[in-house]
Every structure is written in structure tokens, then in C-alpha cells.
Design a protein around this ligand. Structure first.
Ligand SMILES: [Fe+2]
Length: 196
């Protein structure tokens, strides 16, 4: 990591590596990471200031901050413009921790009421719609069907993924109106340094 990397981010990565070394189950690791992210990373004033200048990730992109060379977890950023609507998807077998750093979003969860993936059909139904506020992280288990919706203001999130998804695994995508289901690759990864 660059020597000018923001101290809170450097500490977050080191603490995650410790968590990964002490636990073998991804669910346990991500639950511990959830506390760490909310208690230390999302409250860091330097990071909160830094994120005001991150570029927009419109057009299905993610900023790529870090991929761990030993444990394979990945840390991304996403910057939504005001009024951004999000599509319904899952993250295949990866766990994803979605932490809001700035602005507000709504986090929708769905359940499959009828599933025939082989025919490209999964009918989904909205089960909850939670307001996400800066400082809070949402833990999304493997195959959970969900969508993140922007709000009237720009919003920024830090995302921890338990494994590399893009380029390695296809993720489910759902049309909430028609029930159409297909699989596709995740967002384009744009390398971005969190340096002071
Ligand atoms: Fe997601």
C-alpha cells in the first residue's frame, strides 16, 4: 500500500487481515468486519472529507481501492449522483458489506416468490425498504436479492466484498416488473488510490 494511504484505511485493512487470519468462516469474518467498519472507518473525519472528491461511478462502475493478495477480500467505492436508481441483483456466493460514508440511500430487500432460473424467470417481491444513513453499514449475505437506491443528494459508499466477484463469477440480475432473470458480470473496476 502507498505510504501516503489514509491512516484509517491502512488500519482498516490491517485489522481485516487479522480478522481473516483468526476466522475461517466468511460469515463470521464479515460480521466482525461490520462492527469494525461502523466503529472505525465510516466515522473517520479524514476519509469523510476525502470522499467528497471521489469521481462519480455512473455507468456501472466501482472504484477499486484494494484487493488483498493473501485473503482475496476486495474494498470498493461507489459514488451515486442525485436521483440514481439502482437495479435488483445478488452477489452470487460473495458476502458484501455496504457502508454509507456520505449522503443517504434506501436499501431494498426482495424475496423470490417464484423461481425458474433455467427459464430466465424469477418473480421477486419487495420485503423491506430501509433508510441508509452515513455511518451505517448493511451486510448482504450470499444470494440475497436487493437494490440500493440513491436519494436527492450525492451519496458515497465503501464496499467490502469477501471475494473477487468481477471476472470470476456471474451475479444474478432481476427485473422487478417482468420477472426476467439473467446473470451478468459485476461493475467495471476503476483503480483509485486513497492517498492524502
Ligand atoms: Fe449490491
Amino acid at each position: 500500500m502507498d505510504k501516503n494511504t489514509l491512516p484509517a484505511f491502512k488500519k482498516f485493512v490491517n485489522d481485516l487481515r487479522k480478522i481473516w487470519s483468526e476466522n475461517t468462516d466468511d460469515g463470521d469474518r464479515m460480521k466482525r468486519a461490520h462492527l469494525l467498519m461502523e466503529n472505525e472507518l465510516l466515522v473517520d473525519p479524514a476519509l469523510r472529507e476525502h470522499c467528497k472528491n471521489w469521481p462519480s461511478t455512473e455507468g456501472r462502475k466501482n472504484l477499486l481501492f484494494y484487493t488483498d493478495p493473501n485473503y482475496g477480500f476486495v474494498i470498493n467505492g461507489v459514488v451515486r449522483v442525485p436521483g440514481r436508481t439502482g437495479s435488483v441483483h445478488d452477489h452470487a456466493d460473495g458476502w458484501v458489506l455496504y457502508g454509507l460514508l456520505d449522503g443517504t440511500e434506501s436499501l431494498e430487500r426482495f424475496r423470490a416468490v417464484e423461481s425458474r432460473k433455467e427459464d430466465g424467470y424469477v418473480k421477486v417481491e419487495l420485503v423491506s425498504d430501509t433508510k441508509g444513513e452515513a455511518g451505517k453499514a448493511d451486510l448482504v449475505p450470499p444470494y440475497d436479492i436487493h437494490a440500493e437506491q440513491g436519494s436527492k443528494v450525492r451519496s458515497v459508499a465503501v464496499i467490502l466484498r469477501s471475494r473477487v466477484l468481477v471476472g470470476e463469477v456471474m451475479q444474478g440480475r432481476y427485473n422487478r416488473d417482468t420477472g426476467e432473470y439473467y446473470e451478468g458480470s459485476g461493475p467495471e473496476q476503476i483503480p483509485y488510490q486513497l492517498t492524502a
